[in-house]
Design a protein around this ligand. Structure first.
Ligand SMILES: [Fe+2]
Length: 380
């Protein structure tokens, strides 16, 4: 067995745990908070709630919400400049993957200088980052747990993966109550993103016992609880999805991802496709492509999907993949690539870019850009 590391933040989990955000910032030495969120959470009232908590703790804060989906390099640079000019000493983020990734980028540039491009790739950050306390508002991205930050280079139209253990936040506060104000489509997109994290980390070339357990648990919880979360929106089902997303993030943060995320990053960077929209389209065909490299592992996933095993690993795996594809189809969300990409002629460039994405390195089966183009053409 290879020697592996398993790195995660301190996690505070439970209903109402958002109330601890001020104390956490204070405990990490913060006096002036740089608070990153987005306009949607402002409208839902959560930003006001955090202001109140910070005020009760006697903390000052600077609020920053110039963050879009697929956060841009210039938004991060602007945030870092404000962090420094305002004399902040701790970063908190409340949101889905975009505000949290932007907050990581801001913490990175505020402490290490330069541009986001200087840190693209793995292990290129030299100096420690300011303390970070993150609160996810979706059960999906796992940015509150992971050592990844994904930032778009707006000139090259490339989503850059920055990977470093220093990007793991100090504290993740997971409050299922915060998930209750999300619309149905966002709950689906986030949950299928978490499912893709779990599947890709489970078959990753870097998977090991500690990540594999988390991956399988996440798949099991999503299959069991996503239908109820959509039907009833119950706090209990959302809590289970929160546990699933956290488990999946613990797995992918330490085992990385695969081809499907390489393609999702490329589609996001080049065409601004929303991350969570890609997985219902591409996860099943990428699993089929990977089948010959890891039939036993995909059979483990298949068994969770269909609740039994067929005679061969391949048959179990394929039945599971078909069930997943059918389930996505039943949710009445886009399941063909033409539903989320307008110009088919862009696909070769998308696949050439995906061939350079760090996530492709850990895919269980080698793939050229032409292989990925074939998958995308089949999914059109
Ligand atoms: Fe993802």
């Amino acid at each position: 067995m290879l020697t592996s590391k398993f790195s995660i933040p301190e996690i505070i989990f439970g209903h109402g745990s958002l109330a601890y955000i001020g104390k956490c910032a204070r405990r990490l030495g913060g006096e002036k908070v740089f608070f990153v969120s987005d306009p949607g959470l402002e409208r839902a009232g959560w930003v006001e709630r955090v202001f109140a908590i910070l005020g009760e703790e006697g903390l000052e804060w600077v609020f920053y919400n110039n963050v879009t989906a697929n956060p841009r390099d210039y938004q991060v640079s602007e945030g870092a400049s404000r962090y420094l000019s305002e004399g902040c000493d701790v970063v908190i983020a409340l949101g889905g993957g975009s505000p949290m990734d932007a907050a990581k980028g801001i913490a990175l540039l505020a402490s290490n200088g330069g541009t986001v491009q200087d840190y693209e790739g793995a292990n290129r950050i030299q100096r420690p980052l300011p303390p970070m306390v993150f609160v996810p508002s979706t059960a999906g991205s796992g940015a509150d747990i992971s050592q990844f930050a994904i930032i778009t280079d707006h000139q090259r139209h490339v989503k850059m993966s920055i990977i470093s253990r220093t990007l793991v936040p100090n504290i993740s506060i997971i409050d299922p109550t915060v998930l209750t104000t999300k619309p149905r489509d966002l709950i689906i997109a986030a949950a299928i993103d978490a499912l893709a994290h779990a599947v890709e980390s489970y078959v990753s070339r870097l998977a090991f016992a500690l990540t594999e357990n988390q991956s399988l648990k996440a798949i099991d919880l999503i299959i069991k609880h996503l239908p109820a979360a959509l039907k009833t929106g119950s706090l209990e089902s959302l809590e289970q999805l929160g546990i699933a997303a956290t488990s999946a993030a613990m797995a992918f943060s330490n085992a990385s991802l695969g081809m499907e995320h390489a393609l999702a990053h490329s589609l996001g960077g080049m065409l601004d496709v929303v991350h969570g929209m890609v997985h219902p389209v591409l996860l099943p065909p990428v699993m089929r492509y990977n089948l010959q490299a890891c039939p036993a592992k995909l059979a483990d996933i298949g068994e969770i999907m269909i609740g039994k095993r067929h005679r061969s690993a391949e048959a179990t795996a394929l039945a599971g993949i078909d069930k997943l594809a059918g389930y996505c189809h039943s949710l009445k969300i886009p399941t063909r690539l033409r539903d989320i990409v307008t110009d088919r002629a862009t696909l070769p460039q998308v696949c050439r870019m995906a061939a350079n994405d760090a996530c492709l390195l850990t895919n269980p089966r080698d793939a050229s850009w032409e292989d990925m183009l074939q998958i995308c053409e089949d999914a059109w």
